[in-house]
Structures are given as C-alpha cells and as structure tokens.
Design a protein around this ligand. Sequence first.
Ligand SMILES: Cc1ncc(C[n+]2csc(CCOP(=O)(O)OP(=O)(O)O)c2C)c(N)n1
Length: 306
Amino acid sequence: MTELLDRLPAPSRLDDADLSLMLTIRAFELKLLDLYGRGLLHGTTHTCLGQEYVPVALRTLLDPGDHVFSNHRGHGHYLARFGDAEGLLAEIMGREGAVCGGVGGSQHIRRDRYLSTGVQGESLPVATGVALHLKRSEPGQVACVHVGDGTFGEGAVYEALNIAALWELPLLVVVENNGIAQSTPASRHLAGSIAGRAAAFGIDHRLIGTADVAEIRRVLAPLVARTRLGVPLVVEFATERLGPHSKGDDTRPADQIRRIHENGWYARYARRYPDHLDRLDAEARAYVDAVAADVTARPPSRWTPS
Ligand SMILES: Cc1ncc(C[n+]2csc(CCOP(=O)(O)OP(=O)(O)O)c2C)c(N)n1
C-alpha cells in the first residue's frame, strides 16, 4: 500500500478550508494522545492520524440531509461534518458542553444525522435500514457508512450489502482500508479482495489510491450522484494508519511506520507547499491547544436519562 501511494504525483494545492480542516483533525488527534500520556483521559480512543483526508474529501460530496455512520475511528468524520472540536473533546473528556452529555465518549456519538459506534459491523445494517427509509421518504439523500478492512470480515456486512443491492438503496459504503485491523495485517485476515466481495453482490466498487482531495472529489462526484438514485457503491480508500491502533499498541516495525510518515499526505504536502502547510498548521495547533485548555478546565458533564 505504501508503494501505491509512493508512485503518486505531487498533490494539488488545497484550498484553505480543506487544509485547515485536515490539520485541525490531525492536531486534535495528536492532542488526544498527549492528554492520554499525561493521564488526563480515560477509557480508550482510536485516532485517524494519516486518514484525515478521507472525510474531508467526502465533505463536499455529502449534504446535511445525508446520514453519516461512523465507526470507532470517528473523530475525523465528526469534525469534518460539524467542525465542533469543543463538543467532541468535551464528550471524550466527560466535561460540560459534551455532545452526548459525556456518556458516549470517543466511539458512541449521536448528533443530527450522524451516528458512530465502536461495535464492528453494527453500522452497515443500520445504515442500510436508514437508506431504505431515505429511498421511501427522502429520495435523493444517501446513507454514508465508514468501515475498516477488518470490519469487512463481519457477517452482518454481507447481509447489508445483499439487501442494499437487491432493494437498490442509496447506500455509500466507505472502506478505509489501512491494511491492518488492530494488529492483524489485511494479508492475514482478508481472503480475496474488497472489490471481489462487492462484485459478488453486483455492487460497483472504486479503489481510491490517492490522498489528493481534488482528485478524489472529481472521481467520486458522479458516482455519489448516482448513489443518490439508488445505486449502492463501495468506495475503498487505500490509506495508511499513521498512529497506533488505539494509544500505545502499534505492532508494526519502526521502519514501516517511518515510511508511512514519509509517504503520507502531510509530509507530501509539506514538501510541495511548505509555506501553506506551516501557516495553517500553526493556526490549527494553536486552536486545538486553546480548545484543550478550555475543555480541561470545565466541570464534569451531567447526563440525566430521559
Ligand atoms: C464486534 C466487535 N469485535 C471486535 C471489536 C474490537 N475491535 C475494535 S477495532 C478492531 C479492529 C478494526 O479493524 P478495521 O475494521 O480494519 O478498522 P481500523 O481499526 O483499522 O480502522 C477490533 C477487532 C469490536 N469493537 N467490535
């Protein structure tokens, strides 16, 4: 996968809003690991370091009437949808202002048409049901669901794909294939391919091997427009997980991680547009520092079951 990314041409220049969002997501995730390291966070968390561009690229292809189903690695999905770093950090830290009163934490967030879950494979059937509802009641809207390559081993995924194809549902399945599931490389858990599995249900599949946001949008725009008409789609991003699975549990050799760093969107962009990256990165980090200082000082969140 690294080799695939390595052969790509230099990225095209991002507009400020996209780059700023990608850098804010990265700064947010780095801040979480820092807070954990200092004993200020509890439970677990899974960062999307390296994969930030996926929800940012999709952002302009989705509209507020679409549903987004996220997974355990969902902070970037949330921030790309709402841009609400305060509410998310407060949720993760269990502080006042938390999106879900602090009971959802890192992995279980519901807001408007956004839902995340830490249960692998749970979201596909739920998103399929919502896609059926959308087809009947709000034609033109899609249900977009993010899953990892490891989650493609869950049986529920196939029941959902079967129904989505059979009933021609507006379901957009985004597979963030980072080549590893916790500590198991895809070569050890995935027989065949994601493309082959989609094909088995007659579902169209696209492999995205670039982190270039403009290029991703160019390729996906017509396909997402078609999904809105009831043609389900599996989009597989050949991506890389830069950080550990959760906090300190990276089983990969150091030189592999170094290569992922060097080939990732951040390093590529920094080499091509150093001034643009430095300016917006400094702003993103300062913003996240301020959010963290503010949220850390807040009292615990309260939640009353209704
Ligand atoms: C039903 C279920 N089984 C196991 C787990 C534990 N678990 C959490 S993340 C994960 C690996 C997921 O891998 P993948 O889908 O490739 O996503 P990635 O972590 O690479 O983003 C596992 C096994 C879980 N959360 N839910």
